[in-house]
Design a protein. Structure first.
Length: 74
């Protein structure tokens, strides 16, 4: 199996969406009572953090690529 790049933004988004699903599952099973709007901040925060992590990863990888390219030509 070929290796792939680690993408922390997708990991964070997946974790927060899984947490939102778990909240709804607990509500559906009767473990707790949630207002309908409770999950909106969880999903919004997860997507915001995923965007920040994805942007940071992009910037770091771009700088490393340009640094390696610059060092290799000398």
């Amino acid at each position: 199996m070929p290796r792939h790049e680690f993408q922390p933004g997708k990991l964070i988004a997946g974790l927060f969406l899984t947490a939102a699903g778990a909240l709804y599952l607990g509500d559906a099973l009767g473990s707790w009572e949630l207002p309908w709007f409770t999950v909106i901040p969880v999903v919004t925060a997860g997507l915001l953090l995923a965007a920040v992590a994805g942007t940071a990863t992009y910037v770091i990888r771009r700088r490393r690529r340009s640094h390696v390219t610059d060092s290799g030509s000398r």
